[in-house]
Design a binder for this molecule. Sequence first.
Ligand SMILES: [Fe+2]
Length: 292
Amino acid sequence: MATYERASQDMGNVVSLDHLNLTITDQQTATLFYVVGLGFTRDPYLTVGLENMWLNLGRQQLHLPTRPEAQTVRGRIGLVVPDLEELDARLGSVEPGLAGTSFAHSRGKDSIDVTGPWGNRFRCAAPGGAFGGTLMGMPYVEFDVAPGTAAGIARFYETVLGASVSVAPPEARGDGVGGACSVQVGRGQSLRFRETEEKLPAYDGHHLAVYLADFSSPHAALGGRGLVTEESNEHQYRFVDIVDPESGEVLHQLEHEVRSMYHPMFGRPLVNRDPSLTQRNYRRGADALAIG
Ligand SMILES: [Fe+2]
Protein backbone atom coordinates (compact mmCIF):
# COMPACT_ATOMS: atom_id res chain seq x y z
CA MET A 1 0.00 0.00 0.00
CA ALA A 2 1.05 3.58 -0.53
CA THR A 3 2.41 5.49 2.47
CA TYR A 4 1.56 9.06 3.32
CA GLU A 5 2.72 11.63 5.86
CA ARG A 6 -0.53 11.45 7.83
CA ALA A 7 0.52 14.01 10.46
CA SER A 8 0.66 16.66 7.74
CA GLN A 9 -3.14 16.49 7.66
CA ASP A 10 -3.65 17.06 11.40
CA MET A 11 -5.37 20.23 12.57
CA GLY A 12 -5.03 21.72 16.03
CA ASN A 13 -8.05 22.99 17.93
CA VAL A 14 -8.14 26.38 16.17
CA VAL A 15 -9.82 25.63 12.84
CA SER A 16 -10.09 29.10 11.30
CA LEU A 17 -8.82 32.65 11.62
CA ASP A 18 -11.98 34.47 10.56
CA HIS A 19 -11.44 38.19 10.81
CA LEU A 20 -9.26 40.99 12.04
CA ASN A 21 -11.03 44.06 13.50
CA LEU A 22 -9.31 47.44 13.11
CA THR A 23 -10.97 50.79 13.62
CA ILE A 24 -10.62 53.39 10.86
CA THR A 25 -11.38 57.10 10.81
CA ASP A 26 -13.22 57.36 7.49
CA GLN A 27 -14.75 55.01 4.95
CA GLN A 28 -13.74 56.96 1.84
CA THR A 29 -10.06 56.47 2.60
CA ALA A 30 -10.68 52.83 3.56
CA THR A 31 -12.62 52.20 0.33
CA LEU A 32 -9.84 53.64 -1.78
CA PHE A 33 -7.19 51.59 -0.01
CA TYR A 34 -8.88 48.27 0.70
CA VAL A 35 -11.41 47.98 -2.13
CA VAL A 36 -9.79 49.86 -5.04
CA GLY A 37 -6.14 49.31 -4.05
CA LEU A 38 -5.95 45.88 -2.42
CA GLY A 39 -8.93 44.56 -4.42
CA PHE A 40 -11.16 43.34 -1.60
CA THR A 41 -14.96 43.32 -1.71
CA ARG A 42 -17.30 45.09 0.67
CA ASP A 43 -19.72 42.67 2.31
CA PRO A 44 -23.00 43.48 0.53
CA TYR A 45 -25.22 41.95 3.21
CA LEU A 46 -24.01 43.05 6.65
CA THR A 47 -22.78 46.32 8.22
CA VAL A 48 -23.52 48.33 5.08
CA GLY A 49 -23.80 51.68 6.89
CA LEU A 50 -21.25 54.35 7.69
CA GLU A 51 -20.49 53.15 11.22
CA ASN A 52 -18.73 49.96 10.16
CA MET A 53 -17.65 48.18 6.98
CA TRP A 54 -16.81 44.54 6.54
CA LEU A 55 -14.46 43.55 3.75
CA ASN A 56 -14.25 40.12 2.20
CA LEU A 57 -10.85 38.77 1.26
CA GLY A 58 -11.41 35.20 0.20
CA ARG A 59 -12.74 33.24 3.18
CA GLN A 60 -11.57 35.90 5.68
CA GLN A 61 -12.78 39.36 6.56
CA LEU A 62 -11.51 42.67 7.83
CA HIS A 63 -13.94 44.49 10.12
CA LEU A 64 -13.44 48.26 10.03
CA PRO A 65 -15.59 50.23 12.48
CA THR A 66 -15.46 54.01 12.02
CA ARG A 67 -14.09 55.69 15.15
CA PRO A 68 -12.19 58.87 16.08
CA GLU A 69 -8.96 56.85 16.45
CA ALA A 70 -7.63 54.23 14.01
CA GLN A 71 -6.08 51.00 15.31
CA THR A 72 -2.83 49.46 14.14
CA VAL A 73 -1.56 45.90 14.45
CA ARG A 74 1.79 45.70 16.19
CA GLY A 75 3.31 43.61 13.45
CA ARG A 76 2.39 42.65 9.93
CA ILE A 77 -0.66 41.23 8.19
CA GLY A 78 -0.02 38.56 5.55
CA LEU A 79 -2.21 38.62 2.45
CA VAL A 80 -2.60 36.48 -0.65
CA VAL A 81 -3.81 38.28 -3.78
CA PRO A 82 -4.49 36.78 -7.21
CA ASP A 83 -1.78 38.67 -9.12
CA LEU A 84 1.08 40.87 -7.88
CA GLU A 85 1.47 42.79 -11.17
CA GLU A 86 -2.17 43.80 -11.09
CA LEU A 87 -1.91 44.68 -7.39
CA ASP A 88 1.10 46.90 -8.10
CA ALA A 89 -0.86 48.76 -10.77
CA ARG A 90 -3.91 49.22 -8.53
CA LEU A 91 -1.75 50.52 -5.67
CA GLY A 92 -0.18 53.02 -8.06
CA SER A 93 -3.63 54.16 -9.12
CA VAL A 94 -4.71 55.03 -5.55
CA GLU A 95 -1.52 56.91 -4.66
CA PRO A 96 -2.88 60.41 -5.47
CA GLY A 97 -6.05 59.83 -3.46
CA LEU A 98 -4.11 58.58 -0.44
CA ALA A 99 -1.53 61.39 -0.46
CA GLY A 100 -1.02 62.79 3.02
CA THR A 101 -1.73 59.42 4.72
CA SER A 102 0.78 56.74 5.78
CA PHE A 103 0.14 54.84 2.52
CA ALA A 104 3.27 53.39 0.89
CA HIS A 105 4.12 50.33 -1.18
CA SER A 106 7.31 48.66 -2.35
CA ARG A 107 7.87 45.71 -4.64
CA GLY A 108 10.05 42.83 -3.43
CA LYS A 109 11.13 39.70 -5.29
CA ASP A 110 8.11 37.58 -4.41
CA SER A 111 5.91 40.03 -2.53
CA ILE A 112 4.69 43.59 -2.24
CA ASP A 113 4.97 45.37 1.11
CA VAL A 114 2.21 47.86 1.70
CA THR A 115 1.64 50.34 4.50
CA GLY A 116 -2.01 51.33 4.86
CA PRO A 117 -3.34 54.85 5.34
CA TRP A 118 -3.35 54.42 9.14
CA GLY A 119 0.03 52.68 9.37
CA ASN A 120 -0.93 49.00 9.25
CA ARG A 121 1.72 46.95 7.49
CA PHE A 122 0.80 44.24 4.97
CA ARG A 123 2.91 41.74 3.01
CA CYS A 124 1.13 40.59 -0.14
CA ALA A 125 2.11 37.36 -1.85
CA ALA A 126 0.87 35.54 -4.93
CA PRO A 127 -1.13 32.31 -4.55
CA GLY A 128 0.65 29.01 -4.07
CA GLY A 129 3.02 27.38 -1.63
CA ALA A 130 2.10 27.02 2.01
CA PHE A 131 -1.07 29.11 1.91
CA GLY A 132 -3.45 26.30 1.02
CA GLY A 133 -4.04 27.08 -2.64
CA THR A 134 -6.37 30.04 -2.19
CA LEU A 135 -6.40 32.96 -4.64
CA MET A 136 -7.14 35.54 -1.97
CA GLY A 137 -7.01 35.56 1.80
CA MET A 138 -5.28 36.39 5.06
CA PRO A 139 -2.98 33.42 5.70
CA TYR A 140 -1.20 34.89 8.70
CA VAL A 141 -0.85 37.78 11.08
CA GLU A 142 2.58 38.33 12.56
CA PHE A 143 2.92 40.09 15.91
CA ASP A 144 5.96 41.78 17.40
CA VAL A 145 6.41 40.62 20.99
CA ALA A 146 8.79 41.33 23.86
CA PRO A 147 12.13 39.48 24.16
CA GLY A 148 11.91 36.08 25.86
CA THR A 149 8.17 35.62 25.37
CA ALA A 150 7.82 33.45 22.24
CA ALA A 151 8.21 30.06 23.93
CA GLY A 152 5.68 30.97 26.65
CA ILE A 153 3.21 32.27 24.06
CA ALA A 154 3.48 28.94 22.23
CA ARG A 155 2.84 27.08 25.51
CA PHE A 156 -0.27 29.22 26.08
CA TYR A 157 -1.80 28.43 22.69
CA GLU A 158 -0.89 24.76 23.00
CA THR A 159 -2.07 24.08 26.54
CA VAL A 160 -4.91 26.61 26.96
CA LEU A 161 -6.39 26.70 23.42
CA GLY A 162 -5.30 23.23 22.27
CA ALA A 163 -3.65 24.71 19.18
CA SER A 164 -0.91 23.14 17.12
CA VAL A 165 2.26 25.22 17.59
CA SER A 166 5.89 25.34 16.57
CA VAL A 167 8.72 27.28 18.21
CA ALA A 168 11.74 28.60 16.38
CA PRO A 169 14.84 29.26 18.50
CA PRO A 170 16.63 32.60 18.04
CA GLU A 171 19.27 31.09 15.77
CA ALA A 172 16.55 29.93 13.35
CA ARG A 173 15.44 33.52 12.78
CA GLY A 174 18.61 34.35 10.92
CA ASP A 175 18.53 37.96 12.08
CA GLY A 176 19.89 37.31 15.58
CA VAL A 177 17.04 39.25 17.11
CA GLY A 178 15.21 36.65 19.16
CA GLY A 179 12.83 33.74 19.22
CA ALA A 180 9.63 33.20 17.33
CA CYS A 181 6.67 30.87 17.35
CA SER A 182 3.87 29.97 15.00
CA VAL A 183 0.35 28.89 15.94
CA GLN A 184 -1.79 27.05 13.41
CA VAL A 185 -5.17 28.76 13.14
CA GLY A 186 -6.75 26.96 10.20
CA ARG A 187 -5.94 25.42 6.84
CA GLY A 188 -2.87 27.31 5.62
CA GLN A 189 -3.32 29.92 8.37
CA SER A 190 -1.12 30.91 11.30
CA LEU A 191 -0.53 33.51 13.97
CA ARG A 192 3.15 34.28 14.22
CA PHE A 193 4.90 35.92 17.15
CA ARG A 194 8.37 37.37 16.69
CA GLU A 195 10.46 38.77 19.51
CA THR A 196 11.87 42.24 18.98
CA GLU A 197 14.21 44.47 20.95
CA GLU A 198 12.28 47.51 19.77
CA LYS A 199 9.87 49.20 22.14
CA LEU A 200 6.30 48.05 21.47
CA PRO A 201 3.52 50.62 21.25
CA ALA A 202 0.74 50.27 23.84
CA TYR A 203 -1.98 47.79 22.85
CA ASP A 204 -4.80 49.77 21.21
CA GLY A 205 -7.64 47.23 21.41
CA HIS A 206 -7.74 45.74 17.89
CA HIS A 207 -9.01 42.17 17.83
CA LEU A 208 -9.15 38.99 15.82
CA ALA A 209 -11.70 36.18 15.67
CA VAL A 210 -10.99 32.46 15.63
CA TYR A 211 -13.16 29.35 15.50
CA LEU A 212 -12.45 26.41 17.79
CA ALA A 213 -13.51 22.76 17.49
CA ASP A 214 -13.30 22.18 21.26
CA PHE A 215 -14.92 25.39 22.48
CA SER A 216 -15.55 24.57 26.13
CA SER A 217 -12.16 23.28 27.36
CA PRO A 218 -10.32 26.53 26.49
CA HIS A 219 -13.19 28.45 28.10
CA ALA A 220 -12.75 26.45 31.29
CA ALA A 221 -8.97 26.89 31.22
CA LEU A 222 -9.25 30.64 30.64
CA GLY A 223 -12.04 30.99 33.19
CA GLY A 224 -9.99 29.15 35.81
CA ARG A 225 -7.31 31.81 35.39
CA GLY A 226 -9.77 34.71 35.40
CA LEU A 227 -8.91 35.55 31.78
CA VAL A 228 -12.37 35.57 30.13
CA THR A 229 -13.19 39.24 29.47
CA GLU A 230 -16.60 38.86 27.79
CA GLU A 231 -19.30 36.20 27.71
CA SER A 232 -20.72 37.42 24.40
CA ASN A 233 -23.39 34.75 23.84
CA GLU A 234 -23.73 30.97 23.72
CA HIS A 235 -21.44 30.76 20.67
CA GLN A 236 -18.77 33.28 21.64
CA TYR A 237 -16.51 34.60 24.40
CA ARG A 238 -13.45 36.83 24.48
CA PHE A 239 -10.08 37.05 26.18
CA VAL A 240 -7.20 39.51 25.91
CA ASP A 241 -4.21 38.37 27.96
CA ILE A 242 -1.83 35.76 26.61
CA VAL A 243 -0.12 34.35 29.71
CA ASP A 244 2.66 31.91 30.44
CA PRO A 245 0.67 28.86 31.60
CA GLU A 246 3.39 27.99 34.10
CA SER A 247 3.98 31.35 35.78
CA GLY A 248 0.76 33.22 34.92
CA GLU A 249 2.84 36.17 33.69
CA VAL A 250 1.13 38.24 30.99
CA LEU A 251 3.31 37.90 27.88
CA HIS A 252 1.28 39.80 25.30
CA GLN A 253 -2.14 41.40 24.89
CA LEU A 254 -4.40 40.73 21.93
CA GLU A 255 -8.16 40.46 22.12
CA HIS A 256 -9.45 37.15 20.76
CA GLU A 257 -13.09 36.76 19.80
CA VAL A 258 -13.48 33.01 20.28
CA ARG A 259 -16.32 31.31 18.41
CA SER A 260 -17.68 27.79 18.33
CA MET A 261 -18.36 26.00 15.05
CA TYR A 262 -22.08 26.30 15.93
CA HIS A 263 -21.79 30.10 15.58
CA PRO A 264 -24.33 31.11 12.88
CA MET A 265 -21.56 32.71 10.80
CA PHE A 266 -19.24 29.68 10.73
CA GLY A 267 -18.59 28.80 7.08
CA ARG A 268 -20.67 31.78 5.90
CA PRO A 269 -20.31 32.20 2.12
CA LEU A 270 -18.54 35.47 1.29
CA VAL A 271 -18.96 37.43 -1.93
CA ASN A 272 -15.63 38.08 -3.66
CA ARG A 273 -15.35 39.99 -6.92
CA ASP A 274 -12.50 39.55 -9.39
CA PRO A 275 -10.54 42.79 -8.87
CA SER A 276 -9.01 42.57 -12.36
CA LEU A 277 -12.40 43.03 -13.99
CA THR A 278 -13.20 46.53 -15.23
CA GLN A 279 -15.82 48.08 -17.51
CA ARG A 280 -13.28 48.03 -20.34
CA ASN A 281 -12.19 44.40 -20.09
CA TYR A 282 -15.55 43.05 -18.92
CA ARG A 283 -16.09 39.36 -19.48
CA ARG A 284 -19.57 37.96 -19.13
CA GLY A 285 -19.88 35.60 -16.16
CA ALA A 286 -16.43 36.51 -14.76
CA ASP A 287 -17.59 38.94 -12.05
CA ALA A 288 -16.89 36.61 -9.14
CA LEU A 289 -13.44 35.48 -8.03
CA ALA A 290 -13.16 31.70 -7.67
CA ILE A 291 -11.16 31.93 -4.45
CA GLY A 292 -10.16 28.24 -4.24
FE1 LIG B 1 -14.97 40.79 15.76
